[in-house]
Design a binder for this molecule. Structure first.
Ligand SMILES: [Zn+2]
Ligand SMILES: [Zn+2]
Length: 556
């Protein structure tokens, strides 16, 4: 083997939530598994997305052969535009995953030069020294795969995200047989999803939410609004089926919701009877009990359709007393405040809000395997080395502990974090050192309704373009803006020297405040985002710079 070694190098996702990306290297050949993003932890950060530092890939530019994707969730494909704009390499993914990728690359004007190769579960393909076998698995999204990498040292299985759903809504089954087959032949290493290590038992099937949805449709006497992740094809499918059965027309609101429904329909995951879909503009013409709205914004994102509807600021989605609003998703840690703020607004409109509160039957089920499923897969695969992936540090640690307790099934457990190199050769496995990793913040322009170009390369170093802080004093009791906004700038070299620029920036902020309702002004998440977008538009128009804009609200 010419002294070549196998290196597994997580560039993100191990020890943090999101940004899944792993380099696998044999000699002078590197493939990358997944290229995910992370959503910023706090709305204060003032950036839209966070992507992994890919210095390691750039330094080894001539060795990187491909990016192979396990599935189409943002924490696995969201950094693709950023990575491909730095290093254009072929991308491999399943049909559905690639459809998501195409949309994303199109939006960033990168599709023309991209090389996309479709993979089919069960059909092997070869990249450099690696033969890769995609194995069909079940998850909250459709068309997901684990990857069995045949390397010169043995087979490495990367699970991607999964749960073992015995009754997936698309009837595409988890391929347990293939995992068992590999277990019989011998597996060098198993890299397994750690997300739900803290949950005992089994994760319920996607079909488990059916009863709750049916109950909602059965009882609702007014409009029904259903919000889920736009990638939750299983939930969209269920909503369409029930709406049809209960004689409601369906309007899709939100760009991402429309895009993913279109993809799912094109690829045969949804069948929409003629006349089921209506344009959002038609909602007002139908009796409330004949309407169902699929709307994006389940995480309380300030500019999303549902957040805006919640403060009565959406053209078509008007939420009235007696309407039902279903949030069929989990509350992603860190998003509690904006989500509960949005739910409060919905309560104020006298809507029935149904969200994950632990009651049965569930309105949402996880897409990740719980402990019994994790153990099942370990038992089937019986790896020589076990490496927990996709989790925060405690989850990786608990997963490592679980695997270590399964002595009959696991040889040795290795724990690594993002940036650490795990080296394998004929003698065994060891940690070798580190590569640079980290988080790169990207301000992509508005990710919401307005699509702007993503000038990501310019955003590499936020410090280059400086920071602009609009400071607004709002009276807590009256909601009134007390004084003229202050604009503080640091390291913002592009700002014209005269004071006219600052004065106009201040006026821009004032105008945003003037056209916002009291409810919007009372919701700091919403008002900050509106100020940020308007001010950004002004600055981009008048300077060549794209500074980081972080509105600060002072309650007085
Ligand atoms: Zn996923
Ligand atoms: Zn994931």
């Amino acid at each position: 083997m010419n002294g070549k070694k196998l290196h597994l190098i997580p560039l993100g996702g191990l020890g943090e939530f999101g940004m899944n990306c792993m380099a696998v290297r044999w000699g002078d050949d590197i493939i990358v598994i997944d290229a995910g993003l992370m959503f910023p932890e706090s709305e204060l950060l003032g950036v839209d997305i966070v992507v992994p530092d890919i210095t390691y890939l750039l330094e080894n530019r001539d060795k990187v052969r491909a990016i192979v994707l396990t599935h189409g969730h943002e924490d696995h494909i969201g950094a693709l535009p950023w990575i491909l704009s730095e290093i254009n390499i072929p991308v491999w993914g399943t049909e559905f995953t690639l459809a998501f990728v195409e949309n994303k690359l199109e939006e960033h004007k990168l599709l023309d030069q991209a090389v996309l190769n479709e993979i089919v579960p069960g059909e092997r393909f070869t990249v450099g020294p690696f033969t890769i076998h995609p194995i069909q698995v079940t998850h909250s999204l459709v068309d997901c795969v684990s990857l069995a990498l045949h390397t010169p040292l043995g087979v490495v299985i990367h699970t991607g995200d999964f749960k073992v759903d015995a009754t997936p809504t698309d009837n595409k089954l988890f391929d347990l047989h293939t995992f068992a087959e590999y277990g019989k032949q011998g597996v060098l290493a198993l890299l397994q999803d750690s997300t739900n290590i803290e949950r005992s038992g089994y994760t319920p099937s996607e079909r488990a939410v059916y009863n709750k949805f049916d109950e909602v449709f059965n009882r609702a006497s007014q409009r029904i609004f259903v919000s889920c992740f736009s990638s939750s094809i299983h939930r969209i499918k269920l909503t369409l089926e029930l709406a049809d059965r209960y004689h409601r027309k369906v309007a899709l609101i939100g760009r991402s919701m429309n895009e993913s429904a279109e993809i799912a329909q094109d690829l045969g995951y949804l069948d929409m009877p003629d006349g089921l879909l209506i344009h959002p503009g038609e909602i007002k013409n139908l009796p409330p009990q004949r309407v169902c709205v699929l709307i994006s914004g389940t995480q309380g994102e300030p500019m999303s359709a549902l957040s805006r509807a919640a403060v009565d600021n959406h053209k078509h989605a008007k939420i009235n007393s007696g309407d039902t609003v279903v949030l069929s998703s989990r509350i992603i840690p860190g998003n509690e405040r904006p989500i509960y703020r949005m739910i409060d607004h919905l309560f104020r409109r006298e809507a029935h809000v149904i969200y994950e509160d632990g009651s049965k039957p569930p309105i949402h089920v996880s897409g990740h395997a719980s402990r019994e499923e994790l153990k099942l897969l370990i038992n089937l695969v019986k790896p020589r080395y076990f490496i927990p992936i996709h989790g925060e540090y405690r989850q990786l640690k608990l997963h490592a502990k679980l695997a270590a307790s399964m002595e009959g099934a696991v040889g040795q457990v290795m724990m690594i974090e993002s940036g650490e190199i795990l080296e394998f050769d004929e003698l065994g496995a060891r940690k070798l050192g580190r590569v640079p990793v980290g988080r790169v913040c990207i301000d992509s322009g508005s990710m919401g309704e307005v699509v702007e170009d993503m000038i990501i390369k310019d955003r590499r170093l936020l410090s280059e373009d400086g920071i602009v802080l609009p400071i607004i004093a709002i009276n807590k009791l009256t909601g009134r803006v007390e004084t003229s906004p202050e604009i503080v700038m640091r390291g913002f070299a592009g700002a014209p020297a005269d004071n006219g620029f600052v004065a106009e920036a201040r006026e821009t902020v004032m105008r945003t405040l003037e056209v916002s309702s009291d409810e919007e002004k009372g919701d700091y998440g919403v008002i900050k985002e509106k100020i940020r977008q308007d001010l950004k538009r002004y600055i981009t128009k008048n300077t060549a710079r794209r500074p980081l804009i972080m509105p600060v609200i002072l309650e007085v």
